[in-house]
Design a protein around this ligand. Structure first.
Ligand code: ATP
Length: 236
């Protein structure tokens, strides 16, 4: 579904991506793990067109989107839930979800909203609450829900577990699994929480200073001694 080859991205003279190759097959959850500053967020942002890649290609369902405008990329069915959640904190939960639906067909709104509320019952209870006053976990649910309102076929998630309590992390990962299995959405998940991410994902990649250093099935990477030593802190 997504085929990234030889991707290079710079911030000024800093080369953040140094020839990255990643494949995300349709229907799968693929995770990208790596330490702070490895370039994970940069890869997700480059897929969405900002920053721009200086070399390499990004194919989405066979179509070259490397130089496409971000709003056209979104129209193709790619949605991103960015790092740090970036919800509209002064708006209510419902208003945030409405914002996520702006690229979709208005006729689908009620059905889509119900679908999000089934996935995240907490959001239904909190519809009229200002989203900035919700807990970190609730805000993360909202960020994912908002991304889903555009009916994406490919969902890009940037560190959904960041700063959340272990129990909430577990809930969020269960919902990601549900979105993938029941709604057929392909997921590309960037995570520092390597244990949960690799357990969930069909396939994984490890990134280190702008380069992919390892790849394999989630299970293979979880069992790999180098991955365990560097990213799993004694198993977790
Ligand atoms: P984290 O998990 O900490 O978010 P990451 O793997 O997502 O890390 P990136 O945020 O993609 O890493 O950063 C990759 C590199 O690019 C880092 O060295 C970072 O300092 C640099 N970088 C990121 N954004 C910018 C920017 N806007 N201007 C200059 N350098 C940047």
């Amino acid at each position: 579904m997504l085929e990234i080859s030889g991707l290079h991205t710079f911030y000024g003279r800093i080369e953040a991506l140094k020839g990255v190759d990643v494949t995300v097959p349709k229907g799968e959850i693929v995770t990208l793990i790596g330490a702070n500053g490895a370039g994970k967020s940069t890869l997700l942002m480059t897929i969405c067109g900002r920053p721009r890649a200086t070399a390499g290609t990004i194919l989405y369902e066979g179509q070259d989107i490397t130089h496409m405008e971000t709003f056209n990329i979104v129209r193709l069915g790619i949605a991103q839930s960015p790092e740090g959640r970036r919800i509209f904190s002064r708006m209510t939960v419902l208003e945030n979800l409405q914002m996520g639906a702006t690229t979709g067909n208005p006729e689908n709104f009620d059905t889509d909203l119900e679908r999000i509320f089934t996935l995240f019952p907490r959001l239904k209870q909190r519809q009229t609450q200002r989203s900035g006053t919700m807990s970190g976990g609730e805000q993360q649910m909202l960020a994912i829900g908002r991304a889903l309102m555009s009916r994406p076929r490919l969902l890009l998630l940037d560190e959904p577990s960041l700063g959340l309590a272990p129990l909430v992390v577990k809930q969020i990962f269960e919902v990601i699994k549900e979105i993938n299995e029941q709604q057929g959405v392909t997921v590309f998940l960037v995570e520092q929480n390597a244990y949960h991410a690799l357990k969930l994902a069909h396939r994984g990649y490890v990134m280190k200073t702008g380069e992919i250093t390892m790849s394999g099935t989630g299970r293979e990477l979880l069992a790999n001694p180098d991955v365990r030593a560097a990213y799993l802190e004694g198993g977790h």
